[in-house]
Design a protein around this ligand. Structure first.
Ligand SMILES: O=C(NCCCCc1cc2ccncc2s1)c1cc(-c2ccc(F)cc2)cc(O)c1O
Ligand SMILES: [Mg+2]
Length: 206
């Protein structure tokens, strides 16, 4: 995938990086990027929220990191967490190829360990937008952890990938029934396939 980016995408052009990855995943080898279809929904939410601070849980190869960072205002900050060092190493190069390294802070480690340290380590008050795309059984515990750590404010947006496939049933149950969130489901498809999947967008009501 990285070779395809370096071969087919223009340095400093995020859109060409996104296009090169989508082409590679459609023509050569499926990969678990959010993909072009759900990516358009992600883009519209980022544009609508126009966030100053973003947390991405699950960098993988940096595809959604590039999509999000390319839409952020100049002073905005995107912190992205990746557990797997091999993925993180690739993502770092993909983000650099897109010329977005100044907007992105890539952190290696587990969400459960890093979320409680966000304020002290990165000087973050609260996140305007959180994109959940990591272990599907961590969406719920990490959301509760973010609440407990005071990382969400009235109006913070949570956008969760894969709520149908692979699925995050406990997260959906919680977020759709909690009086502290207003949720909306965006029906789509699993990246590069016809399988149903979707994004759940939730506003924290405080
Ligand atoms: O597992 C997925 N994504 C998480 C990878 C886990 C990486 C982590 C990052 C991190 C950061 C901080 N703390 C802990 C963690 S753990 C994932 C899987 C599929 C899929 C769908 C159908 C299939 F047949 C096979 C795979 C599709 C997707 O869009 C995904 O996002
Ligand atoms: Mg995903």
């Amino acid at each position: 995938m990285l070779a395809a980016v370096q071969k087919n995408a223009t340095r400093g052009d995020p859109r060409s990086v996104v296009k090169a990855i989508d082409q590679f995943c459609r023509q050569k080898e499926w990969a678990m990027n959010v993909g072009d279809e759900k990516g358009c929904i992600l883009d519209s939410v980022v544009t609508e929220v126009n966030p100053a601070t973003v947390l991405e849980l699950g960098t993988y190869c940096g595809y959604s990191t590039v999509r999000i960072a390319s839409l952020l205002p100049s002073n905005a900050k995107l912190i992205t967490l990746e557990f797997n060092p091999d993925y993180a190493a690739i993502a770092c190069q993909v983000i650099a190829w897109a010329g977005l390294e100044d907007k992105v802070q890539l952190v290696e480690g587990a969400s459960g360990d890093w979320i409680p340290k966000m304020k002290e380590k990165f000087g973050i008050e609260t996140f305007d937008l959180v994109f959940l795309d990591h272990w599907k059984d961590r969406y719920l515990p990490d959301t509760k952890l973010m609440e407990e750590c005071g990382l969400l404010r009235k109006g913070s947006i949570l956008l969760a990938d894969n709520v149908i496939c692979p699925g995050t049933p406990d997260y959906l149950e919680y977020i759709r029934n909690s009086p502290r969130y207003k949720s909306q489901y965006f029906k789509s498809h699993l990246e590069y396939t016809k399988v149903e999947d979707g994004l759940e967008k939730s506003v924290f009501l405080g």
